[in-house]
Write a protein that binds this ligand. Sequence first.
Ligand SMILES: [Zn+2]
Ligand SMILES: [Zn+2]
Length: 286
Amino acid sequence: MKFQNPKGILSVIFVYIIIFSEYDNNSQSTIFIAIEFTLIYLMIHWAYIQAQIQSPGNPSPDLAKNYQEHTLQEIKSRTKKHSEIIQKKRQQKLMKKYELAIDEEDEIFDIIQAMQLDSYCFKCKNIKQPRTHHCKECNKCILRMDHHCPWVNNCIGLKNHRYFCQFIIYALLCMSQCFIFITIELLGNTQLKGDSKFLCQMCALTCLLLCLSMGTLLVFHLYHIAKNVTTVEFHIEEMKTDNPFLKSKTIDNFKELFGSNYIYWILPLTENESNKSKNKNDSFEL
Ligand SMILES: [Zn+2]
Ligand SMILES: [Zn+2]
């Protein structure tokens, strides 16, 4: 457990300033609301720290040693071909010529098929299991990589995507309460005038903007978890129609990241190793 990237510490400090200012906004509440708010506030910290310090999941460093030389060469050449196709599609998209010619339709099948097979990371010199991607920021391969998050200063992958979602949910709950409390104060307190009123209005506006951005982010993540698509895969057009990882029941797509025990859906608890391997065998087939 360690901070993945010392350079990103400034963004983490920025997030902490926002979290601390949320608590300050609610110092004048009733006892019940103060306790409830404090609990949610502590959950934000807990989930945020977990998303930062828990590893997103990396392939075992000596995977390539288990492969025979000719199989390894086959995987390397398939990886090269796959990257060339993806690169070509990205260029076409940039040039707004995304539609493929008829003779290129087979390549679509290749992409979907290649995503289900092992590939090779030329930087780590190791096997990449399906859905594994190399993060340029961390300079490591990440299992079921979603994205590299500068605000968490860590990659979000198979093992910490759950904490990332929990952080957004608790932060959204906290911020929406801040917005409601400040709005009630603004509407109900007639003595609020001048600079104090302006400060309250600015706080309410900041909370509202943060709620909207956090809400949009949460909807994006929950929708794509339900569809079993990572943020990396979201950019691959074929995943929207031919997703080989999509499970028939939506709940099973959530279980892949959140686990089969519902207590882990609510609390950012660290699962013990036996539970982790059980869940992995249940739902994440490598
Ligand atoms: Zn790599
Ligand atoms: Zn990363």
